[in-house]
Design a protein around this ligand. Structure first.
Ligand code: PLP
Length: 430
């Protein structure tokens, strides 16, 4: 049998090291999580062998009867989770889901509004190094300097001035609830469509701990691997399908709906064969998110984040916007350590087996390579079972590292404490 090859120990030894790294450390990257055994199992399954261009019931390949079933399950479950009328579960990533949506709503050169990258927005919301900023004309709204909250008045003024065809909400580093109702009013006022990228808080939204953008936006995108705790990937949802405003027709002269345009934009517009092993894992994860225990998990994610934010504030750190409504927070290091960059902190924390990421803070005086901020989040440590009592302990360890950033002895001691602490919270076995 040609597929039974000699085991590739080179690769599997590295995977084992990564497993140990994940087991031994405190994972605070706000966009990461640990999936369940059954999600891993579905991802590592024979579904990876199957070509299935097209959609369930209308494929370009034979033998799709079983991948049709798992893909349909993923669609049905995600629709139930968010109360959506339509879903596409094929985008390989969040960035690809966003690119597909933009390719339907915008023509090259068209104007849209998105949150400034340095104020918490995502690359795919208009950064000049991403296709969203290369193909289209992004105009950025920002957060207010005094409150750290999205400036909806500025959003409205920019919308009235630039008449965008699309307004994007959602962010990568924003710890507060969004005013979707106000955004929809602004969009309606200027005749724009509204897209919300809920990638970060998707799990909290599924657990009804935050407002559901599917009720307000024309279209919602997300990743599936952050708070939602599924495999890496993207999705597109609509609360209600509608006829495209541009009168685009099928070759037979029927006006196409937005769902049909988004489907075509994902495949064949952006992608070829869907990752059916990942889609099967999405189905499993969406099933887990529908279970009552998922709500308890998300409540703990939020409680841990709020306790952690308070612990940072108590130690004299400036938490942007003064706290968090979700799973994440952004620490502006400048108030306590004006000389230390986010990059230095990120690198030094790794030495103490703590992972978090440097991030620009609003009105940052440093470049995106240095930054003055640190983004932290609680989805991953909460999955491992850490509760709010340990949040101040973790914050103290972080403070010990930053306060002694060049003291190798302290870094080593903190690293040992981290290893010791995480022994009590075993990660799922492979
Ligand atoms: N949208 C938001 C808000 C994100 O934070 C991210 C990733 O961090 C993405 C999209 C992109 O997702 P992916 O990395 O799957 O392309």
């Amino acid at each position: 049998v040609y597929a039974q090859m000699k085991r590739d120990t080179l690769v599997f030894d590295i995977i084992q090291k990564e497993h140990e790294r994940q087991l031994g450390g405190i994972e605070l990257i706000a966009s990461e999580n640990f999936v369940s055994n059954q999600v891993l199992e579905a991802m590592g399954s024979v579904m990876t062998n199957k070509y299935a261009e097209g959609y369930p019931g209308r494929r370009y390949y034979g033998g799709c009867q079983f991948v049709d079933m798992t893909e349909q399950l993923a669609i049905d479950r995600i629709k139930e989770l968010y109360g959506a009328e339509w879903a596409n579960v094929q985008p390989h990533s969040g960035a690809q889901a966003n690119a597909a949506v933009l390719s339907v709503i915008l023509k090259p050169g068209d104007t849209f509004l998105g949150l400034d990258l340095s104020h918490g927005g995502h690359l795919s919301h208009g950064s000049l190094v991403n296709s969203s900023g290369i193909l289209y004309k992004p105009v950025a709204y920002r957060v207010k300097e005094d409150t750290g909250l999205v400036d909806y008045d500025e959003m409205e003024a920019l919308a009235l001035e630039h008449k965008p065809k699309l307004i994007i909400g959602g962010a990568s580093a924003y710890s507060r609830e969004w005013d979707y109702k106000r955004m929809r009013e602004i969009a309606d006022k200027v005749g724009a469509l509204m897209m919300i990228d809920m990638a970060h808080p998707a799990g909290l939204i599924a657990a009804e701990l935050l407002n559901n953008p599917v009720k307000y936006a024309h279209v919602v995108t997300s990743t599936t691997h952050k708070t939602l705790r599924g495999p890496r990937g993207g999705i597109i949802l609509m609360g209600k399908d509608f006829e495209n405003p541009w009168g685009i027709k099928t070759p037979k002269g029927v006006v196409r709906t937005m769902s049909s345009l988004f489907d075509s934009a994902v495949f064949p517009g952006q992608q070829g064969g869907p990752l059916e092993h990942v889609i099967a894992a999405k189905a499993v994860a969406f099933g887990e998110a529908l279970a009552p225990e998922f709500k308890d998990y998300q409540k703990q994610v939020k409680k841990n984040a709020q306790t952690m934010a308070k612990a940072f504030i108590d130690l004299g750190y400036n938490v942007v916007s003064g706290g968090t409504d979700n799973h994440s927070m952004l620490i502006d290091l400048r108030s306590k350590f004006p000389e230390i960059t986010g990059k230095q902190v990120e690198n030094t924390l790794v030495q103490a087996h703590i992972t978090a990421n440097k991030n620009m803070v609003p009105f940052d005086s440093r470049s995106p390579f240095q930054t003055s901020g640190l983004r932290v989040g609680t989805p991953a440590i909460t999955t491992r079972g850490l509760k709010e009592d340990l949040m101040p302990v973790i914050v103290q360890l972080i403070d010990d590292v930053i306060s002694n950033i060049e003291d190798e002895k302290v870094l080593k001691a903190v690293g040992e404490k981290v290893h010791q602490m995480m022994k009590d919270f075993p990660l799922f076995a492979y």
